[in-house]
Design a protein around this ligand. Structure first.
Ligand code: BES
Ligand code: ZN
Length: 637
């Protein structure tokens, strides 16, 4: 276990280097990196029980075995604690964990109490650590550990072996790791994980090499993350998975049956890394690998360091949906290197990443695709603001009160308004200046948490530099703290979809279908067309659209989803079997939740269909998805 050379508690924006005694000692002797802790009010995290200013976890060492029969993980978490002088308790976050003992580094029992469980937060684990600064928690995850999804063999592509996947963000990792689960409390970590043969384990840390025989038909896998990361970024997956190299720095893991298709879709990965580095500086994490998971993964992607987790639904065969990969890669800077200190500033992670994603797409695939994707996102933002109200607090970037619920935010705001903010600043100050500043922001705050206030202060200090006219033109505070869309927003080029919008108008006016045009369109253009169709259409028109555009047979899941939504909102019976098939295979919340919602809005026609399908498909979804859909279908009257 690691020992800390630095015992003083770091408070405030103290430079990283201030803790390690010297950088010139041989590596083995160097103190591990400890990130600063922010203590300002706007950096506090109300969704964690931890009191990091008193005692904080700086390193987690997991020794766990995966039990696929009982669907749990069990073992120990050994935590290194950095505490104020005289501090004798440390508080951890837990959710449903069965804790059998807590001891100090020498094996002496330490008294501990599990507090009351609160919805969405789990329960605080308070440990009387006395003078101990290393604690060992022996535990087992609970029956419904929310981060974990245990898949039966039938839910995998191969159909023969079980599978495990985790999703930590925002506050779910406490259901399988007893630590301080707050994005502002960065921790290094290491893990030894055993799994039954022939399963392979991957994690969001660098691999410790080939697995070792652990007896009883099991193998032990080792991982380490020596850079301090937010604990929501610790992730695990295990299954019958294989690796395919994509280039010198990257590769993809997935089930054998998926490997060729996944690798083909991801062929541009090295180019994406190059583009990202050209934009905003070195990639600091070593390797960039990805795992393409079974379709029950509840998100499109998750930026777990060195091991991005991806839904297989981004595979369209033509790389048209690889913006997802650019997005998760971009998080290696915005999100993983510089991290929102708490969830009220999620936009710092997601908005900055959405902007960065668009810049990678532009570099790789050109201005047209980038501009079109930006226009789609801008339209999504306008729709969200119109829906929520331009004066609704939830349309501000910095969220407060209930709006800051980490499971709550509106993606049209956090992602799309966040990106629109940075596109607008870029347009006002000029690309070159903006890029220099953004790269320097990542550099100055590398491996540290950040808040909106820090972002704006840094921008003022290093980009605006006292230029009052520029300050007035930027409207920085309005963007971040006020609802709605500021007047200086950079609007997308109205020409981005000129041809498509014309075709959509022609369709609305006279039901003219231009099949050759559709065939020539990009994925973004097709999505634009579908979004501009009249919301109410009779069966005959839907049938003709489906047939002319090949919608229900589309291999592009974004297009298939847009079609199914349109069809269901029109109570189009012939689409029900394909909707059911889609919902029975795909667990990505972004797709599943709106389809059930649409069905539930269709009264006596849709509700029984939703209930029947959900009864059949629910058990195949991750908790992230069931928790959203339960409210729609079961609570939906
Ligand atoms: N970090 C997010 C996923 C996330 C956000 C999980 C909030 C839990 C809470 C990830 O980077 C993401 O944004 N995924 C998007 C992809 C995208 C291209 C916008 C998704 O899953 O759809
Ligand atoms: Zn993201």
């Amino acid at each position: 276990m690691r020992m800390f050379a630095c015992l003083s508690l770091i408070i405030g924006a103290v430079a990283l280097g201030s803790c390690s005694v010297s950088d010139e000692r041989p590596e083995a002797e160097q103190a591990p990196m400890v990130s600063p802790l922010l203590t300002s009010d706007d950096a506090k995290d109300p969704y964690s029980y931890a009191r990091p200013e008193v005692a904080r976890v700086t390193h987690v060492a997991l020794d766990l075995s995966l039990d696929f029969e009982n669907e749990n993980v069990a073992g120990t978490a050994t935590l290194d604690v950095l505490a104020e002088e005289g501090a004798d308790t440390v508080v951890l976050d837990t959710m449903g964990l069965d804790i059998s003992s807590v001891t100090d580094g020498a094996g002496q029992d330490l008294p501990f109490r599990l507090g009351d469980r609160q919805e969405g937060m789990g329960a605080p684990l308070t440990i009387d650590m006395g003078e101990a600064r290393q604690i060992v928690v022996a535990y087992r995850s609970g029956p419904d550990a929310r981060a974990l999804q245990w898949l039966a063999p039938e839910q995998t592509a191969g159909g023969e072996h079980p599978y495990l996947l985790s999703q930590g963000q925002p506050t779910l990792n406490r259901s399988w790791i007893p630590t301080q689960d707050s994005p502002g409390i960065r921790q290094t970590w290491e893990a030894k994980i055993t799994a039954p043969e022939p399963l392979t384990v991957v994690m969001s840390g660098l691999s410790g090499g080939d697995p070792a025989d652990a007896g009883e038909g099991r193998r032990a896998f080792r991982f380490a993350m020596d850079k301090p990361v937010a604990p929501y970024l610790i992730a695990i997956a295990a299954g019958d998975i294989r690796f395919q190299e994509l280039g010198p720095h990257s590769g993809v893991w997935t089930e054998p049956a998926m490997l060729d298709r996944a690798a083909a879709e991801l062929v541009d990965t090295e180019k994406m890394i190059d583009a990202a580095e050209e934009l905003y500086g070195d990639y600091r994490w070593g390797r960039y690998d990805m795992i393409v998971l079974p379709p029950s993964f509840p998100y499109g992607g998750m930026e777990n360091p060195v091991m991005t987790f991806l839904t297989p639904t981004f595979i369209a065969g033509d790389r048209s949906l690889t913006g997802l990969v650019a997005h998760e890669l971009a998080h290696s800077w915005s999100g993983n290197l510089v991290t929102n200190a708490n969830w009220s500033d999620s936009w710092l992670n997601e908005g900055t990443t959405s902007y960065f994603e668009n810049r990678i797409i532009e570099k790789l695939y050109g201005k047209k695709r980038a501009e079109q994707e930006r226009a789609l996102n801008f339209a999504a933002m306008e729709e969200t603001i119109a829906e929520k109200g331009a004066d609704a607090a939830i349309t501000a970037l910095h969220l407060t009160g209930d709006n800051a619920d980490p499971e709550g935010g509106a993606s049209g705001v956090i992602y799309d308004k966040g990106a629109a903010f940075l596109h607008s600043v870029e347009a006002i100050v000029g690309r070159e200046k903006f890029d220099t500043w953004l790269e320097s922001w990542f550099d100055r705050h590398a491996f540290q948490p950040a808040t909106s206030a820090m972002f704006l202060a840094d921008m003022r200090q290093n980009l605006v530099r006292g230029d009052e006219q520029l300050e007035a033109r930027l409207m920085l505070d309005a963007w971040v703290y006020e609802p709605g869309l500021p007047a200086n927003a950079l609007r997308p080029d109205p020409g981005a979809f000129a041809e498509v919008d014309q075709a959509a108008e022609a369709y609305a006016a006279s039901r003219t279908i231009d099949q050759p045009a559709w065939r020539s369109w990009t994925s973004a253009e097709r999505l634009r067309m579908l979004s501009k169709l009249p919301p109410e259409l009779p069966d005959a028109d839907l049938a003709r659209l489906d047939q002319s555009f090949g919608l229900s047979a589309s291999g592009n899941n974004e297009i298939l989803f847009a079609w199914l939504k349109l069809a269901l909102q029109n109570r189009y019976q012939p689409a029900v079997p394909s909707a059911e098939k889609f919902l029975a295979t795909v667990g990505r919340r972004k797709f599943v939740s709106p389809l059930f919602e649409t069905l539930m809005e269709q009264g006596e026609w849709g509700k029984p269909i939703a209930r029947r399908i959900y009864a059949r498909t629910r058990s195949g979804y991750h908790s992230v998805t069931t928790r959203t859909v339960d409210k729609l279908v079961t609570g939906g009257g």
